[in-house]
Ligand binder design. Sequence first.
Ligand code: 0X9
Ligand code: ZN
Ligand code: ZN
Length: 452
Amino acid sequence: MYLLLWNAGVLGVLIPQVLGMKINYDGDQVLQIIPQHEDQVLCLQHICRSSQLDLWKPLQPEDINVRRVVHVRIPFVALQSVKEAMLQCSLSFKILVDNLSQLIANEEATRRRRRRTISDYDYTTYHPMEDIYEWMNLMAEKHSDLVTQHNLGSTYESNSMKYLKISKPSNSSKKIIWMDCGIHAREWIAPAFCQWFVKEIVQNHEKDSQIQRILKNIDLYVLPVLNIDGYIYTWTTERLWRKSRSKHENGTCYGVDLNRNYDVKWCSLGSSTNCTSNIYCGVSPVSEPETKAVVNFVEMRKSEIICFLTMHSYSQYILTAYGYSMDLPQSYYETIKVAAMAAAELKKKHGTVYKVGSFANLLYEASGTSQDWVHDQGIEFSYTIELRDNGTYQFILPENQIQPTCEETMAGVMTIINYVNNKYFPNQASTSCRNPNLYVLISTLLTIVLLK
Ligand code: 0X9
Ligand code: ZN
Ligand code: ZN
C-alpha cells in the first residue's frame, strides 16, 4: 500500500496506466510556434527540454529551426509557466487545440456504430484492432478469387501481423507492390486508408481497366496495421501513443519508434537512445519483432518488390529518400517526378496541397527509417506518404475527413502504382499519361526551390 501511494505520488503521470485507465489529456493544449530568430530557437528548445514537453513537430528540440513550424502539446498543469516562459523570450504562439481531451471526446462521440459484415463495413469511421482483424477475415472469405490473408510475423505482445495479398491468377511471374499503414500508433488515418485501398481495388477490379492492367503484372500486399500493439494501446489507454509496446529497463519505459529501428545509419540522426523518448531507436538495429518481420519479407522478396509505400500522418507530404542524409539518391529525379505527378492528381480531388521532396531536405534528418532501408536494398520507388492534415487537428483527424482523405490519397497512390507498372511492364503501357513533360517541369522547379 505504501509503495503504491509512493509510486502514485512520484510517478504521477503513470497512474492511469498503472490502474489500466485511459489518459484523458484534460485541459492540455497544442500550440503552434514559429521562432523567427536564433535566440528564440534556443529559448524554445530550452523550454521544451526543461518542461519535458511532448513535441509533435519536429519530434525533438534539436530539430527546432528558425521559421520552421513547431507543434507541441502542453499539459494543463504546465500551461501557465510555459506560456510565461515563451513571452519572456518574445515567442508568440497560436493555440491549435484549446482542450485536447475535448477534441478526443468529440472523436469518440461521433464514432459511428460499427457494422460487422463486409457489405456494410463502415470505411468512414475508425476501427479498433478486433474489427480490422475481422474485416480481413471477411475480405479474404468473400473475395477468395482475389484476396488472401497471410501472416508476416508476430508483434512483441504476440499479435499476428496479418496482411492481405491482392492477386489475380497468372502464368507469368509478377512483381510486388507493398503498402503498410500504422507504423506509428496514433496516426489512425493511415490504417483507415489501407482498408479503403483494399476496398477500392476489390470493388473496382472488374470494371476499372487501369486496375486490371496493374493486376495482370503486379500483386498488391497490404499490411493495414504494422504496429498492432501500439494501435491497440491508443484505443485502450493513450490516444497519442506513437511507439511499439516492448518493455525496457525493467519496465521503467516502453516502446521503440519502429521507424527508427532499421539497419540504415541506425540511431545516428533524429533518434534517441533514451527509452522514454518518442524516437527511441531500440537497443540495436532490428531489435524489434515487428521490424524483423518486415525485414525478413523484404530480404526474401527483394527481387520482386518494385514499389514500397509506407503510410503516415500528418503533414501532407510525399517523401522520397533520404531521411538519413541531405544527399539525394541517384533515383531522385525520377522518384520526385512521380511524387509530383501523384501530388497533382491528389490535389484534383479536393484541392488538398501536398509537398514533395526528400525527408531530410523538407523536414529534418532521421536515420533508421523503413523507407530508407528499403530504398538501399535496391527498391528505388520507396515512399513515405504523410496524410492529412496540416496542423488543424493533427493526429485527431475528424472522422468526416476520412472519406475525402482516402479519396484523394487513392488518386495519388494509383498514380504512383500506374507509373511503376508502366515502367516495369512497358509493352502494356496505357495512353492515360497526358503530359509527362509538364510533370518533369514541375518537379524540376520544385527541386530548385527545395535545394535553394
Ligand atoms: O519521422 C517519421 O518517422 C515520419 N514522420 S512522422 O511524423 N509520421 O513520424 C517520416 C519518415 C520519413 N522517412 C524518410 N524519408 N526516410
Ligand atoms: Zn471479387
Ligand atoms: Zn508516422
